[in-house]
Structures are given as structure tokens and as C-alpha cells.
Ligand binder design. Structure first.
Ligand SMILES: [Zn+2]
Ligand SMILES: [Zn+2]
Length: 219
């Protein structure tokens, strides 16, 4: 499966990441404009996995089903095994919910964030599988299924049992709408009048990033 490793990390190996590129999208990235995140944060982010699978979708679509499932397992294992911090650009920062000041400080000083290091792939598999389902339209057959327990009120993504989801009261949603930090036809059509807004992890990451840029609290 060496070819997978080459494609996944463009020849990089754990402990020898290419300087000056975002580890999520490979765009050029100055360290002083980066965020440093531990592998744990990356592996737990459904939005990160969706982005990674979407970037490789053209290649994955050419594989037969057995190869696809092997690819899924290998991608999961390699991602979880990364020992160094991930250097993440502003745009890819929307995949994660994290303390931006602390993560920027670690990037500027090239220091290790708390919780840094490889993680157990079994702790990340749910988020990778949910992303796989979103990108390819079906749950990976080599992963134990999780029931769909809800649907995101913003993007209609499935929310699976044991996945992260966030409840936003209507008053906060009204603030977010007024500040222009949420969009999507479902919100503007329905207005903030629901009892509670159920939000998936990818939508929450984007919302927190936008709130940070707009200088408003997201809690
Ligand atoms: Zn990026
Ligand atoms: Zn959503």
C-alpha cells in the first residue's frame, strides 16, 4: 500500500512534514499565519475527513470496492499515526473547533500543542466513516454502522449516534443570523423561530471560525 502513502502525504513521512504548506489542503502557508493542531483534533473532525476524501475522490472513484475499503483503512491509520503537529491554514481552520490564539502561538514558536502525538485510529473511525458516507454516499462496509439519530438543521447532514452535535437556542441563532455568520437556505427560509437548532460538527466549525473573524463570541 505504499502508493497510498505517497498519495496521502505526497511522500512526506511522520516526523518530516514539508515546511511551508498547509497539511490539509497543501496550499503555501507561512508559519506565522498557521495554526498548529494535534493529530487528535484532526482525527476527530468530520469536516477534515470530508475535505481529505474530496481531494482524493477522483482517484478513489477509479478503485474497486475492496481497494476503496483498503484505502479508507490505510488513510485512517496513517492519519492517526502522525506524531507532529498539523500546520493548518485559515481556510482549513474552519474544519476544527479550537483555541485560535493558542494554536497560532504554537505555530509562531514552532512548539507542540497540548495532546500532541499519534492517536488510536479506533477513536477517529466514526468521524472518518461519517465523512466517507457524506462524500461517497454510503457508510464504509468495513466499519461498524452507527445509527443516524438526527439531521443538521443547517446543511441536512446526517448526525450519527456518538458523533458530536451542538444545540443552539433560538436567541443565539438570531444573533448569528444578524451578524451574518450563518447562511444556507434552510436558515433564511425558516428564520430563527425553531425551538432549538441542531448543528453538525462541520457547520459548528465553520460558525466558530466566522465568529472569531467577526470578533463575536460563539458560545
Ligand atoms: Zn489549508
Ligand atoms: Zn451541518
Amino acid at each position: 500500500m505504499g502508493w497510498i502513502k505517497d498519495r496521502l502525504f505526497r511522500g512526506r513521512t511522520a516526523g518530516a512534514r514539508t515546511a511551508g504548506l498547509c497539511d490539509c489542503c497543501n496550499d503555501p502557508l507561512e508559519r506565522t499565519h498557521a495554526y498548529y493542531l494535534p493529530t487528535r483534533d484532526v482525527g476527530l473532525s468530520q469536516a477534515y475527513w470530508e475535505s481529505a476524501f474530496t481531494l482524493s475522490k477522483g482517484m478513489i472513484d477509479l478503485l474497486d470496492e475492496q481497494e476503496r475499503l483498503r484505502y479508507f483503512g490505510e488513510h485512517l491509520r496513517l492519519t492517526a499515526s502522525q506524531r507532529n503537529p498539523w500546520s493548518v491554514c485559515e481556510s482549513c481552520g474552519e474544519f476544527f473547533v479550537f483555541d485560535r490564539d493558542t494554536a497560532r502561538d504554537h505555530a509562531v514558536h514552532d512548539s507542540r500543542p497540548a495532546g500532541n502525538g499519534a492517536v488510536d485510529p479506533s477513536g477517529c473511525v466514526l468521524f472518518a466513516a461519517a465523512a466517507w458516507e457524506h462524500v461517497f454516499g454510503r457508510w464504509p462496509a468495513n466499519v461498524t454502522p452507527h445509527a443516524v439519530v438526527d439531521t443538521c438543521d443547517l446543511c441536512r447532514r446526517n448526525i450519527h449516534s456518538q458523533a458530536f452535535s451542538f444545540t443552539v437556542p433560538p436567541s443565539r441563532m438570531a444573533d448569528f443570523l444578524a451578524a451574518g455568520v450563518v447562511d444556507g437556505p434552510s436558515v433564511s427560509a425558516a428564520g430563527p423561530g425553531k425551538d432549538q437548532w441542531e448543528m453538525c460538527q462541520p457547520c459548528m466549525g465553520r460558525l466558530v471560525a466566522r465568529c472569531h473573524r467577526a470578533g463575536i463570541g460563539s458560545a
